[in-house]
Design a protein around this ligand. Sequence first.
Ligand SMILES: [Fe+2]
Length: 390
Amino acid sequence: MNFNINMPVKVLFGSGRVVEFGKEVTGLGRKVFLVTMREILELGLLDKAIASLKAAGFEYEIFSDVLPDPKSGDIDCAVERLRSSGCDVIAGIGGGSAIDFAKALAICYAHPLDVWSYVNLSNRPPAPIDASKVLPIIALPTTSGTGSEVTPYSVVTNTETVQKGTIKETSIFPKVAIIDPELTLTLPPELTAIIGVDALAHAVESYFNVPNRTPYSDIVVEQSVGCIAKYLKRAFDDGGDLEARVGMAWGSALAGVAISQAGTTVVHALAQPLGARMGLSHGVSVSIFFLEVLRRTLPAESARFARFARMLGVDDAEASELTLAGKGIDALSELLAEVKMPPKLSDYDAKPELIDELACDVATYMSRPLKQHPKVFTEDELREIVKACF
Ligand SMILES: [Fe+2]
């Protein structure tokens, strides 16, 4: 049993902990580039963070132009703003888009190529990154879903090539993640559900990632799935339920830890190209494929599906492994239905040609995660999955 654990992020977890932001900058730099979205700024979610920075005597500059699902062109344009700001620390405050944008900037700051060159595609190696030149990152999530606060990943969309890929680089693990569930209290129900399903997919895909899962990632997944199953519906029904928000923040952070160790497989391999081709948000894209992929994976790994059923609270000592596995899928389906998931491709006016396009995308630039799944789907089987999600 040989495996590695690499989790270099200092995590501050708990309600009200955003006020410790200023203190955490100490030792990392002098001036902070605050990367966020306009809506986050307008909701006042930066107020306490900025007050703590001022109290600790640090300078800062706010960059609030991040849009959902960062585009490579927008990141390349922002690099000059960062370079001329004199900042030497980057903070991502917001959902995964803001944190991923911050991570990409941290690399591009002192590297010569455009950001897309550093994206790791299955059919093209990324340009080399000098870890010593990457700026330190602090992550403050305001959603519970992407887990980006504890991962070495940054997802980037290229609108020219119509692709969506991931930078995978150890040096962009945030130095510090401040996970304050109070920052998630204003998330609307639909978004709570969509990104909650993304978190669940991170946990489950890590659990089924054959070459990369470890005893450590399995334990993390078990806790994560239990937490999300318990609190997703509550957070969806009542956004102001702080206990549920704490549960979702913890469940999604654990799912982030799981992908940082094991990684996603087919659901995300389909979701990323879909996001690139149709401009759908990451969470929506993942939610569309999640259940369908799992249904078709069950025969390949029923023992793990039976354990997954128990994580969801299915308890039937009399049932055979296969029956229990099936009940796990049923329980997952019920959980998703309770939060009005999953959406269908037809809800977004997807065209039939999408079936061939996605199958081709996955088979080419997403072929690595495809092969890490317990059931290695052929291009024809991928077409069947996409078709079933219409
Ligand atoms: Fe995701």
